[in-house]
Design a protein around this ligand. Structure first.
Ligand code: SAM
Length: 286
């Protein structure tokens, strides 16, 4: 099909029938299937003609499924506030499914609603050369991160360039570690801190600062989802090397910075080093 061909709705009468009859979609555990159904229905409603007689059925089905999602996310939020977030979220650990999809999936939809970030409505300051724009780590990789880097309550986990803060937030809930997000954009840092406060997560702090000026002296696990490149990355890697001379640290990466960091003679990866997977680096023992 050419790029100019009209996009035909790919949801049929029969499919709406099937979704309507599939009451399993309303079970909280059917998260992946429900999120997929919601996305299909939203797409279909965006494309369908106003007069299409299927619209009312599609809309009511969508409302039913989004209500299940809302209730599930509300109960997870309540568990987090009561200090039971670890159990409430660990059940969604993706296990071996981590490579099943590319990009974002049902876990991002779940956590997006649980964290309920406010959308920034102020202007975001322009990035300096070498700084990378905000893009969140897919949630399934954050589960992988805390497991592969063996983050525990005794750690101080620092996300270098934390954006809206999904990573320190989920790491804090899953592990109980003291978590810090350092983010140059004050709007992101403020929204992240507001979300942490709304979930009553008190072992979590967001600092609006350039990482090059930040105090890294408490960190034991440093995370970089390719936040910067070139000279900025060089400066920060030199600072991390100094920290590693003072105490045991792990450096954890996601995205293309893994390849650059793999060139550092003072670090070695635990396992294969891939841009689209979490890589944990340990300082080489002299
Ligand atoms: C690719 S995003 C990663 C966001 C977050 N760590 C995550 O994984 O969900 C990179 C973030 O780093 C921030 N950033 C870029 N350069 C920075 C710097 N020098 N100091 C602090 N934050 C920086 C950007 O504003 C952006 O939010």
């Amino acid at each position: 099909m050419s790029d100019n061909a009209p996009r035909m709705p790919d949801i049929s009468h029969a499919l709406i029938d099937t979704l309507e009859r599939n009451h399993l979609l309303e079970l909280p555990a059917q998260l992946r299937e429900r999120v997929h159904a919601i996305e299909r229905l939203e797409e279909w409603l965006d494309d369908a003609a106003e007069a299409d007689p299927l619209r009312a059925r599609a809309r009511s089905l969508l409302m039913r499924l989004t209500a299940v999602q809302r209730q599930l996310c509300g109960s997870i939020r309540a568990d987090i506030r009561k200090g039971g977030g670890t159990q409430a979220l660990r059940r969604w650990s993706p296990g071996r499914d981590i490579d099943a999809v590319e990009g974002y999936d049902h876990l991002d939809a779940l956590l997006g609603e649980v964290f309920a970030f406010d959308e920034p409505n102020e202007a975001i300051s322009p990035l300096e050369p070498g700084m990378v724009f905000y893009q969140p780590t897919p949630v399934r990789h954050i589960f992988d991160l805390v497991q592969r880097a063996v983050v525990t309550r005794d750690d101080v986990f620092i996300d270098l360039g934390s954006g809206l803060g999904h990573v320190p937030m989920l790491a804090s809930i899953l592990t109980g570690a003291q978590c810090v997000g350092i983010e140059r954009e004050p709007v992101y840092a403020r929204l992240a801190q507001q979300t942490a406060a709304s979930l009553q997560l008190d072992r979590l702090t967001f600092i609006a600062q350039d990482v090059r000026d930040a105090d890294l002296s408490q960190g034991t696990v440093f995370y970089l989802y390719t936040p910067f490149t070139g000279d900025i990355l060089r400066t920060v890697l030199d600072a991390l090397r100094n920290e590693s001379a003072r105490r045991p640290v792990r450096i954890v990466t996601f995205g293309p910075c893994a390849g650059v960091i793999a060139e550092e003679a003072w670090l070695q990866p635990a396992g294969p080093c891939e841009a689209n997977r979490i890589t944990v680096f340990y300082p080489v023992t002299p």
